[in-house]
Ligand binder design. Structure first.
Ligand SMILES: [Zn+2]
Length: 134
């Protein structure tokens, strides 16, 4: 059981693609305040910024009994904070949160640090492939 769990765990790098797809799925999105329309995740990334006061905590990691989520915060140019979920379906969220905490334990860092690292990779990847699939 334990062995199986271990071999089943995805390498943290494998989540970059999964997270990117999950983020892309949530678009188009509209700012509830100014009504700015973000057609794609890439569009959103280039027109929003990481909230300044929360530079180190722009990702919220939720890990409880039956609630698992990684939520990213970005500020619209009007100043409104918008959120993007880093995984969409429930098993995937759980897998992601678990992989992050495992990786953090192995490296001896905070889960938020691992999440932050992943976020940077996802953003980099998103900007590199400036065309949306399908
Ligand atoms: Zn706005």
């Amino acid at each position: 059981m334990d062995m199986e769990e271990k071999s089943k765990r995805k390498n943290i790098e494998e989540f970059v693609e999964i997270m990117l797809e999950a983020c892309e799925e949530q678009f188009p999105k509209k700012c509830s305040c100014c009504g700015r329309y973000f057609e794609t995740f890439q569009d959103f990334l280039s027109h929003t910024i990481i909230p300044v006061h929360s530079k180190d905590h722009s990702l919220q990691l939720i890990d409880s009994q039956d609630l698992h989520d990684v939520i990213a915060f970005r500020n619209c140019s009007c100043g409104t904070t918008m959120t993007v979920q880093c995984a969409v379906d429930k098993p995937q969220k759980k897998e992601l949160v678990h992989a992050i905490s495992e990786e953090a334990r192995e490296r001896g860092v905070e889960p938020e640090d691992v999440a932050q690292l992943l976020r940077d990779k996802v953003i980099k990847r998103a900007k590199a492939c400036n065309t949306t699939k399908r």
